[in-house]
Design a protein around this ligand. Sequence first.
Ligand SMILES: C[S@@+](CC[C@H](N)C(=O)[O-])C[C@H]1O[C@@H](n2cnc3c(N)ncnc32)[C@H](O)[C@@H]1O
Length: 155
Amino acid sequence: MKDWTTPKSKELWDNRTKLIAEWIPAGATVLEFGCWTRHLETLIAPSCTYIPSDIYGRGPDTFICNLNAEHLPTFPTADIVVFGGVLEYVKDIPRLIAHLNCKTVLTSYVFQRQWPWGNRRAEFIGVFEKCGYTKRDEVAYDNNIPGGVIMRFER
Ligand SMILES: C[S@@+](CC[C@H](N)C(=O)[O-])C[C@H]1O[C@@H](n2cnc3c(N)ncnc32)[C@H](O)[C@@H]1O
């Protein structure tokens, strides 16, 4: 199992997660892909329902799902789907976004050349638009990561 942890990246990602949490209203059902330490669960309102998902078990209630699997399973029903630091590892983002059945998607992406969609920013947003989503918000999450943003899409 890959170890995602270094103190520096943990701090950086926790900051990103904190910003994502600010977009999650009380009472929402939230499905988080690539949930890792489930930090998001600790930041959202207690009235939210949190569904953790990852390629590895991150607690007994994890919805284990490889986003690169040949066939994607039916996802649990949720108001909001979160992808924090995980779409960079997904081979077919258009297929994944078309598979969603939620109203809101909160996602990060690092628009740097080293990542598959790093120099295709407009196309990346277009993938969501094709599925009926509109980008409502965008925030850069750390000055040390040029191109590292979080986006809020709604439909
Ligand atoms: C860089 S960490 C980000 C963790 C957390 N979301 C955050 O922002 O701090 C990437 C997470 O995505 C998961 N992951 C990587 N590849 C995946 C895949 N193909 N399907 C599902 N999850 C995956 C990893 O196990 C890990 O928990």
